[in-house]
Design a protein around this ligand. Structure first.
Ligand code: NAX
Length: 327
């Protein structure tokens, strides 16, 4: 049997945590043969609630759950971790400007980056879920100079999965028939869900839907799905966000299927003209625990405009956090 790996989750007593922890512990993320030690970080006032979640985790008697550590100190929670899912973040409050939001989150992601740098496994794989996810990932990455920047990623997989599901509904085809769509850019309303390379049952997706529907309805429906969930449920996406986090980490660790790609927010290497260093959604394939950007895809003028607009937003966020001295 395999040795357990250590998985850190922050914001573990929150909504997403309540779904995510049970999926990790049951083997959905790293495989049904991979024992895990959960290392859970919360703020001090939430430790009591976290303890209740830990009681439930134990009550599931998951065969793969080797141990659970809880702490309000990132230096403890991140000690020797192989995977870190950074979910806890500061939500945008009414009247908050983007600078305020980025500053408040800098207070979380700067020390967490430093702690990962100091105590995590040298091969740690980091996924930032907490919003604004791309720029929070940038802050953590910039404060972990001893780790490879590529070890820091942000989640656009929920957008990717939403994009699959919307296309499946429109075409009346199963989600499993849909391949190779891409979420470019920021996990925000400027994201670009790109169907130009996508296929449904092996046929080009854009031959099967109306161009007007794609440009004027589909893209905004995917980008605004989070708000639609809040409107309907009274709470933000949680189980679907957790499921996307599982998908992101599973594919990164265990690989993507041959001939298919997924979307991950990763530090740009300049591919597709995206400014180097921005944490930007790209099409990637994964193999042996490494991801690679899918190269050489054609980019239409329509795509170019959308890809540049979301890059521009991320550049502005980077300028803000530079001004705040966070990166
Ligand atoms: P909750 O408010 O339910 O839970 C967040 C938890 O984080 C709380 O228990 C809080 O005590 C904890 N926390 C706050 N600061 C912390 C710190 N410094 N260290 C450790 N824990 C800390 O939010 P939830 O619904 O679980 O969402 C978590 C984050 O995910 C939010 O920022 C949310 O905006 C973001 N999302 C990102 C998505 C994505 O696709 N990238 C989609 C879903 C979600 O909206």
């Amino acid at each position: 049997t395999k040795q357990p790996v250590r998985v850190a989750v922050t914001g573990a007593a929150g909504q997403i945590g309540y779904s995510l922890l049970f999926r990790i512990a049951s083997g959905d993320m790293l495989g049904k043969d991979q024992p895990v030690i959960l290392q859970l970080l919360e703020i001090t006032p939430a430790l009591k609630a976290l303890n209740g979640v830990v009681m439930e985790l134990r009550d599931c008697a998951f065969p793969l759950l080797a141990d659970i550590v809880t702490s309000d100190d990132p230096m403890v929670a991140f000690k020797d971790v192989d995977y870190a899912l950074l979910v806890g973040a500061m939500p945008r409050k009414a009247g908050m400007e983007r600078g305020d939001l980025l500053g408040a989150n800098g207070g979380i992601f700067k020390p967490q980056g430093e702690a990962l740098n100091a105590v995590a496994s040298r091969d740690v794989k980091v996924l930032v879920v907490g919003n604004p996810a791309n720029t929070n990932a940038l802050i953590a990455q910039q404060n972990a100079p001893d780790l490879n920047p590529g070890q820091f990623t942000a989640m656009v997989r929920l957008d990717h999965n939403r994009a699959i599901s919307q296309l499946a509904e429109k075409t009346g085809k199963p989600v499993s028939s849909i391949k190779n769509l891409t979420i470019w850019g920021n996990h925000s309303s400027t994201q670009y869900p790109d169907l130009s390379q996508a296929t449904v049952d092996g046929q080009p997706a854009l031959d099967q839907v109306d161009r007007d529907w794609y440009e004027n309805s589909y893209i905004s429906t995917v980008a605004k799905r989070g708000a639609a969930i809040i409107e309907a449920r009274g709470l933000s996406s949680a189980a679907s966000a957790a499921s996307a986090a599982i998908d992101h980490m599973r594919d990164w660790a265990l690989g993507t299927p041959e001939g298919e790609w997924v979307s991950m927010g990763i530090p740009s290497d300049g591919s597709y003209g995206i400014p180097e260093g921005l944490i930007y959604g790209f099409p990637v394939t994964c193999k042996n625990g490494k991801y690679e950007i899918v190269q050489g895809l054609p980019v239409s003028d329509f795509s170019r405009g959308k890809m540049d607009a979301t890059a521009q937003e991320l550049s502005e966020e980077r300028d803000e956090v530079r001004k705040l001295g966070l990166v």
